[in-house]
Design a binder for this molecule. Structure first.
Ligand code: HEC
Length: 124
């Protein structure tokens, strides 16, 4: 029975974000991610204007060793998950006062849903 339960949990965890998040579409989210590309790479350790977003889902804030984060980010105590990313990316400077990320924010909920789906997929 226990084995069955573990298997069932693993199955849920592996269900594509597009299914669990209703109509969110990771492919469309990739296009929304174009807004981030100038400053962020998904490759591990590759920092640009912003830190690498490798495996960002579930990652603690400000852990890229070679990136010079703002004091606000270093002291934020945040862990990046769906909830914190939605809040930060909607209006970075309102959510985290003093952040150095100069990005206005994602306004449309649909774009945010799709972006989150893409970031989940990219973090796997
Ligand atoms: C103009 C450049 C720029 C753009 C565009 C930008 N960012 Fe950032 N981002 C930064 C900088 C700089 C930081 C570091 C902020 C700090 O230290 O306060 C950052 C930090 C982050 C962090 C925290 C990373 C960590 O290691 O804790 C996340 C998550 C993030 N950005 C996601 C995004 C996403 C997703 C987008 C697109 C929707 C985006 N950013 C667009 C420059 C940018």
């Amino acid at each position: 029975m226990k084995i069955f339960r573990i298997a069932a949990t693993a199955f849920i965890a592996l269900t594509p974000a597009a299914v669990t998040a209703g109509s969110a579409d990771a492919k469309k989210g990739k296009r929304v991610y174009n807004n981030c590309k100038a400053c962020h790479a998904l490759k591990a350790g590759k920092n640009k204007v912003g830190p690498s977003l490798h495996s960002i889902m579930g990652r603690k804030a400000a852990i890229e060793p070679k990136f010079k984060y703002s004091k606000a980010m270093r002291n934020s105590g945040l862990t990046w998950d769906e909830e914190t990313l939605r809040k930060y990316l909607k209006k970075p400077r309102a959510f985290l006062k003093g952040t150095r990320m100069s990005f206005a924010g994602i306004k449309k909920k649909k774009d945010m849903d799709n972006l989150i789906a893409y970031l989940k997929k990219a973090s796997n």
